[in-house]
Design a protein around this ligand. Structure first.
Ligand code: ZN
Length: 125
């Protein structure tokens, strides 16, 4: 954890390889719903977060409706690096209350679909 502040969510730095199959349980789906409801921070951050596995975040952090700040790898960490997400972060995710939604492939790989331009094949997912 780079920052254990109660206002920061899922700034983890995985050390292990990602699991090939994503974990798509209630926590991942809650995170996805809250992330879609979040808004980008006004200014671009100092850079992007790059996961050990090569997944890259966008260059902005996001403010969730609950006030927590997160980055666009939040869904990726939960789905592909669950074993390395600290219990304190899982507890914060469990308290998100924007409902549940299944993440898209782009969200699993660190992109925020609703702010990006969907590529044509995503319309059929
Ligand atoms: Zn990763």
């Amino acid at each position: 954890m780079r920052d254990s502040s109660p206002k920061m969510l899922l700034y983890v730095e995985p050390q292990l390889q990602p699991t090939r199959a994503p974990v798509l349980d209630g926590l991942t789906r809650k995170m996805t719903a809250a992330f879609r409801a979040g808004r980008p921070e006004g200014r671009a951050s100092y850079g992007i977060h790059v996961c050990r596995c090569g997944a890259e975040s966008s260059n902005r952090d996001f403010i969730l409706p609950s006030g927590l700040t997160t980055n666009s790898l939040c869904v990726h960490y939960l789905a592909h690096h669950r074993a390395e997400v600290p219990p304190s972060e899982l507890e914060k995710v469990a308290r998100l209350d924007q409902g549940e939604v299944r993440p898209r492939k782009t969200e699993l790989s660190g992109a925020r679909w609703s702010t990006g331009i969907p590529r044509w094949w995503e319309f059929w997912r």
